[in-house]
Design a protein around this ligand. Structure first.
Ligand code: ADP
Length: 494
């Protein structure tokens, strides 16, 4: 089976968040189980061309954008980290400092940039007669691909028979633009209805995927149910409920080649479930990184994440004073919206003996937090899957999470289920509930043998990619069946 994974970010080429981890690791895992998976993403400035030499892949593409035409080229990187990728180059759109926008806001031409990307992919497939059995698209930036496959390109040999799968990694980002952008896409106004791409008078690119893809998925079973409700549906709950028969939840795996305390080269000492002694070294190293020297007895609470409304940092701001009054050390690594950067660094300034904040995007430090902390806190308002809590389990760092989405599916509360517990959970999005869970975790920490049990049970958990990759293969087969193609579907053009 040949699959093309389209995404706006893919590890190891380009990453701002979990989407990149997931698409890169899935591609690798699929190849390991015999699926010929290729990737396609934009060629951003930050793609390291010395690490990933690029060669031209076929002719350049001409992409109609409203009354204009833009050209692009497709470049190929063979085998970086076991991932074969095609990168769509147009320097006007992608040779920029960031992928989506600056701190001041999104780039004003994002609709044009990602419409260009989607249509360049279609043009490339058609002109070079590359055919894939399945086009697997991810999030709004690639959502026009399933729409194009069933409209403007439905008669094209290279894509006509391809199944389309659309995966929602985060429903909070939908690619909403004003309706005047519709002509850029080349799609007709007959599609600008609530059953099509319209969303309360605006153009919603994510709906291209939700409406047109053969099969839909999201990144955890709980989130797949939550998004059919008004609380989590971000206004799209109706569409998702209608398509519930085609909507699946597959939990993300973890790339244990990157995230394993036994082999991690970014941490101060390696360790394992059998021998946790290295974790002490990591802890001291982490505290030093965050400006604390000397012995520290109290538990270290770690946090890493994008500083956005989704991640629950307003609850942290609310409980900051209380937290600083506990016997804890808090280390926070975050990068994102200015208002949260301000409120978090303010906490660090007010309670320098208890809370230390680093405003940065720093992968090395993220590994050090996972390894050196005792407790990892994720109080997300919503969380499609979440990766950090799964890394935490592997690193023997007990996750304390809100009971939602993928957090609900991956962490077992140690008070509710003492035999199987791997962490702590709280339900309501309330400061008092978060405080309650932190208090329970601190009480458990004080009981060394109980705590060790929780740590070791978490470290035993296995979230490798292979089982999830097999579930994706089953989805690809469902998509092929919808195209009237046999299971396993070898492409008509080989
Ligand atoms: P999301 O995709 O919503 O950002 P996930 O938990 O699924 O959340 O994935 C986040 C990924 O991004 C993890 O690999 C995490 O380590 C990384 N990350 C987030 N913020 C930072 C940061 N400030 N520095 C380094 N890595 C970060």
């Amino acid at each position: 089976m040949r699959v093309l994974i389209a995404s706006s970010e893919i590890v190891p080429f380009a990453k701002t968040g979990g989407l990149a981890d997931v698409t890169g690791a899935l591609a690798k895992a699929l190849r390991r189980i015999g699926v010929e998976a290729d990737c396609v993403l934009p060629l951003y400035r930050s793609v390291d061309r010395s690490r990933f030499p690029l060669t031209p892949a076929g002719a350049s593409v001409r992409v109609p954008l409203g009354h204009r035409e833009e050209t692009g080229t497709i470049e190929e990187s063979d085998g970086a980290n076991g991932v074969r990728a095609f990168l769509v180059r147009n320097d006007r759109y992608f040779d920029r400092e960031f992928f989506y926008g600056t701190k001041e806001g999104e780039y004003a031409d994002n609709c044009e940039r990602f419409t260009f990307f989607c249509r360049a992919v279609m043009e490339w497939l058609v002109r070079t007669r590359r055919s894939y059995d399945v086009l697997h698209c991810n999030d709004w930036q690639t959502a026009l691909i399933p729409a194009y496959a069933r409209t403007l390109y439905s008669q094209e040999e290279a894509v006509r028979n391809a199944g389309t799968v659309f995966t929602i990694h985060n429903l909070g980002y939908q690619g909403l633009f004003w309706n005047h952008d519709l002509p850029l896409t080349g799609l007709g106004w007959e599609l600008f209805t609530p059953q099509g791409l319209e969303f309360y008078g605006k153009l919603n690119l994510m709906k291209g995927g939700l409406v047109f893809a053969d099969v839909l998925s999201t990144v955890s079973p709980t989130y797949s149910r939550e998004i059919q409700t008004p609380e989590y549906g971000h206004g799209l709950e109706g569409v998702l409920y209608e398509r519930r028969g085609d909507l699946y939840g597959i939990i993300n795996g973890i790339d244990y080649e990157e995230w394993d305390p036994g082999t991690d080269r970014l941490i101060a000492a390696t360790y394992s479930r059998e021998d946790l002694s290295g974790k002490k070294t990591c802890r001291a190293d982490l505290l030093a990184e965050f400006g604390w020297s000397g012995p520290v007895d109290e538990p270290v609470i770690g946090m890493v994440g994008r500083l956005t409304a989704q991640k629950g940092f307003d609850l942290i701001a609310e409980i900051g004073e209380w937290l600083a009054g506990q016997r804890v050390r808090v280390v926070l690594l975050g990068f994102g919206e200015r208002s949260y950067e301000t409120s978090m660094s303010e906490l660090g300034r007010r309670y320098p003996d208890r809370i230390s904040v680093r405003l940065a995007y720093d992968n090395r430090l993220a590994h050090k937090v996972e390894a050196g902390a005792d407790i990892f806190v994720m109080p997300s308002r919503y969380e499609p899957c979440g990766l950090n809590q799964i890394y935490s389990l592997k690193y023997g760092t007990v996750p304390l999470v809100r009971d939602t989405g993928g957090l609900a599916d991956t962490v077992v509360d140690a008070d509710a289920d003492p035999e199987r517990g791997t962490g702590f959970k709280f339900k309501g999005y309330e400061a008092s509930e978060l405080k309650g869970a932190v208090s329970r975790a601190l009480a458990a920490y004080a009981d060394r043998s109980r705590w060790e049990g929780i740590v070791r049970r978490g470290m035993e958990k296995d979230f490798s990619w292979e089982p999830s990759a097999r579930e994706y293969v089953a989805l690809y087969q469902k998509a092929l069946q919808k195209r009237g193609r046999p299971k396993g579907g070898s492409s008509p053009q080989g």
